[in-house]
Ligand binder design. Structure first.
Ligand code: PMP
Length: 354
């Protein structure tokens, strides 16, 4: 039975990427060796790393603009502390839009003072705060472009007078933005790139080297840049699969092409949520995420029927996060419009049954 994978992460990856990745586990580059058993210093893997780093900058339109791409370990959660350790000298400004943004604040507070410029915590993060000020005398401003759990997404970014750092874990490579407005972007691989185990960091080199503290080597961006993202043994498989996914996206026409598909998917699901009297959306309409649509049944008596229908349709991973409840349809780059159509059909069938 065909599966429609709406999982929030790890999540759906392109079939052809999984096919190629599985072949490489057995026989990489037709060399009768597995990708998993060759040295990370061998030319075939160094080529993978270089290609992955170059593709990331190319897709974001950041080549030749002073940025470096790194593939690090420790997940996006490690970036919560690495960002602060490398950039926070006195005080930093954070926008608190969800659980992950809040975790980023918590980690940064280990190092120094943090100003929350705004927060939507009091409304269980169902909207993106707007109209806040970013003080000029702070070291950097941190925001989260897409709030995976709550299904909200920043549609515009502030004109920050200080370096802007963005956690793009759940919407990297999904929409066109002027990525040069950010000085540091990070994203765990396990949504739009590949398996969990590596995190993409894209950093403008000239913001580094300005803090007085000593930084442990493994946590120092400059050390990783100096070693071409090979300071220690990198997670070869997640990086290889990320490279394949970025190549897949480039072949499709890059971010601009996938953005159109993502918009179609989001329009379809949200129009069903709005028109179907059995469902209601969670996030404020103007802040709705194109990646994660959060919604619930108005009448919980239909829960069992709906969930049985969902299962029978081959839909996977639709349960909402425990802090929101209800359902969450995650529609990352590799999820097809057809899968969204299947979900919408089930929702509309429920309306006819009820
Ligand atoms: N930031 C965002 C926006 C996330 O969705 C997540 C979880 N997937 C994280 C950070 C934490 O990522 P990780 O599990 O890779 O540490």
């Amino acid at each position: 039975m065909q599966k429609h994978n709406f999982s929030a992460g790890p999540c759906v990856l392109p079939k052809e990427v999984l096919q190629k990745a599985s072949e490489s586990v057995l026989n990489f580059n037709n060399d009768n060796l597995s990708l998993l058993e060759i040295s990370h210093r061998s030319k075939p893997f160094v080529d993978v790393m270089e290609n992955a780093r170059a593709l990331a900058l190319e897709l974001l339109g950041l080549e030749g603009k002073g940025y470096k791409a790194l593939f690090l370990q420790g997940g996006a959660s490690m970036q919560f502390l690495m960002v602060a350790q490398n950039l926070l000298e006195k005080r930093a400004a954070y926008l608190n839009t969800g659980t992950w943004a809040n975790n980023a604040v918590k980690e940064a507070r280990i190092f120094d003072d943090i100003l929350e410029v705004a927060s939507s915590k009091d409304a269980n993060y169902n909207y993106i705060p707007k109209g806040y000020d970013i003080p000029e005398d702070h070291d950097y401003f941190h925001c989260t472009s897409n709030n995976t759990i709550f299904g909200t997404q920043m549609k515009t970014f502030p004109n920050s007078p200080i370096p802007m750092v963005c956690d793009m874990s759940s919407d990297i490579f999904s929409r066109s933005l002027d990525f040069s407005q950010f000085d540091l972007i990070y994203a765990g691989a396990q949504k739009n790139m590949g398996p969990a185990g590596t995190t993409l960091v894209v950093v403008k080199e000239d913001i580094l080297g300005k803090v007085s503290r000593k930084i442990p080597s493994m946590l120092d961006y400059k050390v990783h840049i100096g070693k071409g993202s090979m300071f220690n043994t990198p997670p070869v498989f997640p990086i290889y699969v990320s490279m394949l996914t970025m190549q897949w996206l480039k072949d499709l026409g890059g971010i601009a092409a996938i953005e159109k598909e993502n918009e179609k998917k989001a329009r379809l699901i949200y129009s069903e949520i709005d028109l179907n009297p059995l469902f209601k959306g969670f996030a404020a309409k103007e802040d709705r995420s194109d990646m994660n649509a959060t919604f619930s049944l108005i009448n919980d008596d239909l829960k069992e029927t709906f969930e049985t229908m969902v299962q029978e349709a081959g839909i996977n991973g639709l349960n909402g996060h425990r802090s929101v409840g209800g359902y969450r349809a995650s529609m990352y780059n590799a999820l097809t419009l057809d899968s969204v159509k299947v979900l919408v059909e089930v929702m509309s069938e429920l309306e006819h049954k009820a």
